[in-house]
Design a protein around this ligand. Sequence first.
Ligand SMILES: *[C@@H]1O[C@H](CO)[C@@H](O)[C@H](O)[C@H]1NC(C)=O
Ligand SMILES: *[C@@H]1O[C@H](CO)[C@@H](O)[C@H](O)[C@H]1NC(C)=O
Length: 322
Amino acid sequence: MALLLLLIIATTCADARSKKERWHYSSRHKGILTAPSKADDPLMDATLVEQQMKSRGLYEQQIRPDPTTGVPHVVWTFWFGKPMVGKRLESFRMIQENIGVPVMLVTETNLPLCNLSHFPIHSAFPYLSGLHKSDYLRSYFMHFFGGGYHDIKPETHSWADKFNELHDSNVWLYGVAETKGGVACDEGFCVKELCTTTPASWCSQNNCCRTLTNDEYAKLVVNCEWIMRPRTEMTRIWIEAVKNDLDQQIDNLKAHPAPFPRCCQHGENNYPLAWAQLQGQKFHPLQYKFLKHIKQGLLPWEKGGEYFGENEYVAENVSRSM
Ligand SMILES: *[C@@H]1O[C@H](CO)[C@@H](O)[C@H](O)[C@H]1NC(C)=O
Ligand SMILES: *[C@@H]1O[C@H](CO)[C@@H](O)[C@H](O)[C@H]1NC(C)=O
């Protein structure tokens, strides 16, 4: 009986939430109800994530959004490759000791627990470089779960009170102010996302990336650490763009998989993906598209800090490492 009551309450709350979301959309679009309903938009359905992660015992501590911010109080890290050693392991310990928020380390071993049935981890995943596995998962985890993300680099600051910045539901992404030279961009994606609806003057000059990189970078946040709200329009476009790239390249990736984890900046094995293709090239143009939802204020990880483990450069020779 009590259980039944709970179920009824849960259903009612979920319905109320989805109505509010629809209203939010419809008011923004001047009365036109354009938001897909929950039923035909599983990607935006929080309850699908909740059900699956609860059944795996991973919901309460890791995924449940903080009721005041809508963002879970965790920092995700990813590691794919040889075991962390030396500076890399020290960096990980530094994050754990200093960041003041539970740190989750996702690896090949525990990843299957986070594989959602309504959006399975892409079948191209095994063929990606370690770096691209992590990049792929950033879009996946940020869209479905949200929370903090940190590269495994030395961190001295606490983020314990930084999650409060997301009390404002308009803040989708809170991060470290970008610096000159930090922006990655792909002209095709930039033009598609920024120049089709309300083109700026620079759109007509094929200057999308140049503008972001040289003129507008200071409004953006860096790639390597942030706190993010799940299931926003931004994460949705990001995860679908990444999926689309992998759909297109699946055959090439099978024929030319990454030969070692920190591949491939020099065309090794004809690996088909560019270094920043899944992360920076998508992330920076999308930030610009949703600029009013981006907030700066996190402090950067320890600049000049060493973070490479001695085993990470081993096997940069394709024939040796295969
Ligand atoms: C995720 O799930 C899909 C579908 O069940 C499966 O094909 C895939 O191998 C899984 N990937 C990982 C990394 O667990
Ligand atoms: C990789 O190893 C092979 C075989 O030992 C050698 O012929 C080749 O020159 C090496 N390539 C590089 C880039 O070091």
